[in-house]
Unconditional design. Sequence first.
Length: 279
Amino acid sequence: MPELPEVETTRRAILPAFTGRKVASITPLRQDIWASSQRPPSCPLTGGEIFRHGKTLILSFLPETTDGQGHPFSLLSRFGMSGRWDRRPRRAPRLPHTHLEILLPEEELVLAWSDPRRFGRLEVSPSPRESILLSDTGPDALDLDGPALREIFHPLTTPLRKALTDPALLSGIGNIYMAEILFDAGLSPFRPAGSLSLPEACRLSQSMHQILELAISVGGSTIHSYRQEDGSPGGYQRYHAVYGREGLPCIRCGLPLQRATVEARSLYFCRFCQTRSYS
Ligand SMILES: [Zn+2]
């Protein structure tokens, strides 16, 4: 499942082909993937900035006409399990599971949204602030420092593994980066989120920034369905310290890493390095 680094990698990859470029058409090819009844307008457009909030990518569009026709709007895409944007040559045959196409005539390119499993969602909104998709999501993980993280976690009795991956609390982290961040911070995934002291919350925030920023710099992780926008694999899986490494020696203490199945998901951690009393 794409997480924050994979969505940010996509943002950076498609930005040069989109921002400031003419948009000839936006063609929805499927109806049941939209979060609301609003659809993209058909008037001539220009590609604007591309933003990201957690695992949601936000393409902004500007009306090309200066006669007051048309309004700026945003197209939001929540990646879900298998959503992705690809640049494809305009004349190339359409790939299966393509649900929306944006034609960029200057580049002779189509920017295509595909999502085989269809857990992702698209939305047209006058601005991200008015979006339905973002209305129930917490702040972006990279916008949080230690004190802000502690404030969010303070009232919670839920375990850290659950709090870190709850998009209503903070946005962008899934199973892979949760495991890597908690290992880096030396915190047990089973520990109640509300029990963190301020120094521990600062350590967790520092690990969150370091892990996510390193993952972005190498193009994200290639796990299951995710590859980079240009089809090449991301490089972060080489850096995984715990995820997918059950039974292998911990890079810090040398003891075998653990895998637990919790709520049908695999949880990887080091029983020794991540505060034994809670695991
Ligand atoms: Zn260890």
